[in-house]
Ligand binder design. Structure first.
Ligand code: HEM
Length: 404
C-alpha cells in the first residue's frame, strides 16, 4: 500500500543520518515511493526499492540539470553543499542531461582512461606505505584522519597534475567547498579555486603534459573540446566525487570488518576474498548517504505511483542495496555474497566514471593495512562513532582504533 501522507522532516533529521537503514527498511515495506519533507523544507519523493530505483536511474524522463530550477535551489538546502551551486563549478557532466552529458562524458573518457588509472598503481602503493609509516609507533590512531582521508585526495590531486607545493592550499579550499562554512569563506574558496585552476589550464595549454588535467585540456572529439568553464567544473567534480566517497569506502569497510570479527579473520586468512569484500562494503554501507537526486521533466510513473512534472526525486541507493528482494538477509555483512548489480556506483548514463580507480585505491589500502597490522581493534563504543551530517555523503567523522 502506498501511503501518500507526507513523511515529516524529523524522520530525516540527525537520527536518520546516524542510522538511515531502519527508516529505509520501513519505507520499502510500507511506502516505497513516498513524498517527504527534508529538514530545510525541501519537498521530494523518495524511492527505496531496488527495482524502482534501478528503473528510475535508466528512465530518460528523470533529469539531472538543476539549472532549470534556480529558484528552488536559491530557496533550499544546498547551502550545505556549496560546490553544488557555485556557478563556476557546476558546469560538469553529473549536472547535465543528454545531449550535453554525452558530449562531456565522451571528452572526459578520452582522458580518464583505464591505462591512466592503472599507471597510478605504483604511486598509490607508495602513498599508502608512507601514510602507514607515519602511524608507526602509535598505539591509537584515527584511521579517517591518518589514512582514509589523505589517501584519495593525494591520489586525485597528483593525477590531475597539481604541483606538490600547491597541494596544501588547494586542499584547504576544497575542504571548505565540500564541507561548507561561512558564506564569505565559501565564496573566497570558490573564487580562489577557480582562479587557481584557470591559471593551471593556461600552463597546461602552453606545453603538452602527460597528466590527466593536460589530457583534459587537449581532449578533442570531432573538432570539439572542453571550454574553460567546463574544464574548471570537471576538475572540481573529479576532486569532489573522487575524494569524499573513497574516504568513506575505506573507513566504513574497516568498521564493517571490526564489527564482524569472524569475517575479518577469514579475510586475513584468504586475501583472495578482498575484491568481493570491497563490493560487499559498497553494498552494505555505501558512500552515498540519502540518495542521488533527479527531477521529473514530465509526469512520470515510478513503482505504480505517478509523480507530477518538476518534482525532486531521491533515488535511495543505500536503501536499494539493502532491499531483501534483491539481496537475501541484506543487513548481514557477507564477504562471499553475490553482490552483482549493487548500485553504490549508480546505474545508467551517469554510472560512476571513477569506479575502477576507487576499487584500486580500496584494494591497495586494505591490502597494505592488513599486511602492516596484525591487530586492529575499535577504540570507540557504537555511540561514540558519529557519521557526518551531510545529505549526500555517508562518512564517519572519525574511526579511532588501537593498532599493533
Ligand atoms: C558518478 C559513486 C569514486 C568520479 C558517480 C555516481 C555514483 C558514484 C553513485 C552516480 C551519481 C548519479 O547517478 O547521480 C562513487 C563511489 C565512489 C566513487 C561510491 C567510491 C567508492 C569516484 C572516483 C572518481 C569518481 C574515485 C574520480 C576520480 C565520478 C564522476 C561521476 C561519478 C566523474 C559522474 C559521471 C557522469 O555524470 O556521467 N559516482 N564514486 N567517482 N563519479 Fe563516482
Amino acid at each position: 500500500m502506498v501511503d501518500d501522507t507526507i513523511v515529516p522532516a524529523e524522520r530525516f533529521g540527525p537520527d536518520f543520518l546516524q542510522d538511515p537503514h531502519s527508516t529505509y527498511s520501513r519505507l520499502r515495506r510500507e511506502a516505497p515511493v513516498q513524498r517527504v519533507v527534508l529538514p530545510a523544507g525541501l519537498q521530494a519523493w523518495v524511492v527505496t526499492r531496488y527495482e524502482d530505483v534501478r528503473a528510475a536511474l535508466a528512465n530518460p524522463g528523470l533529469r539531472k540539470d538543476f539549472r532549470r530550477y534556480p529558484d528552488l535551489f536559491a530557496r533550499n538546502t544546498m547551502r550545505n553543499q556549496p560546490g553544488f551551486v557555485h556557478p563556476a563549478l557546476v558546469a560538469h557532466m553529473l549536472n547535465m542531461d543528454p545531449p550535453d552529458h554525452v558530449r562531456l562524458r565522451k571528452l572526459v573518457t578520452k582522458a580518464f582512461t583505464l591505462r591512466r588509472i592503472e599507471a597510478m598503481r605504483p604511486r598509490i602503493e607508495e602513498i599508502t606505505t608512507d601514510l602507514l609509516d607515519a602511524m608507526a609507533g602509535e598505539e591509537r590512531v584515527d584511521l579517517v584522519e591518518a589514512f582514509a582521508f589523505p589517501l584519495p585526495i593525494t591520489v586525485i590531486c597528483e593525477m590531475i597534475g597539481m604541483p606538490a607545493e600547491d597541494l596544501d592550499g588547494f586542499r584547504s579550499w576544497c575542504n571548505t567547498l565540500i564541507s561548507g562554512g561561512e558564506p564569505d569563506e565559501v565564496q573566497h574558496a570558490a573564487d580562489a579555486t577557480k582562479a587557481y585552476l584557470l591559471e593551471l589550464i593556461a600552463k597546461k595549454r602552453e606545453e603538452p603534459v602527460e597528466d590527466l588535467f593536460g589530457a583534459l585540456v587537449h581532449a578533442r572529439e570531432d573538432g570539439d573540446q572542453l571550454t574553460e568553464t567546463e574544464l574548471v567544473s570537471m576538475v572540481f567534480l573529479l576532486l569532489v566525487a573522487g575524494h569524499e566517497t573513497t574516504v568513506s569506502l575505506i573507513a566504513s569497510g574497516v568498521l564493517s570488518l571490526l564489527r564482524n570479527p569472524e569475517q575479518f579473520a577469514e579475510l586475513r586468512a584468504d586475501r583472495s576474498l578482498l575484491p568481493g569484500a570491497i563490493e560487499e562494503f559498497l553494498r552494505y554501507e555505501g558512500p552515498l548517504n540519502m540518495a542521488t537526486f533527479r527531477y521529473t521533466n514530465e509526469p512520470t510513473e515510478i513503482g505504480g505511483v505517478e509523480i507530477p512534472a518538476d518534482e525532486f526525486v531521491m533515488l535511495a541507493l543505500t536503501s536499494a542495496n539493502r532491499d531483501e528482494e534483491q539481496f537475501p538477509e541484506p543487513d548481514t555483512l557477507d564477504l562471499r555474497r553475490d553482490t552483482t548489480g549493487h548500485m553504490a556506483f549508480g546505474h545508467g548514463i551517469h554510472y560512476c566514471l571513477g569506479a575502477p580507480l576507487a576499487r584500486m585505491e580500496a584494494e591497495i589500502a586494505f591490502n597494505h593495512l592488513l599486511d602492516r597490522f596484525d591487530h586492529i581493534e575499535l577504540a570507540a563504543t557504537t555511540e561514540g562513532l558519529r557519521w557526518r551530517e551531510g545529505v549526500v555523503i555517508r562518512s564517519l567523522e572519525a574511526l579511532p582504533v588501537r593498532i599493533g
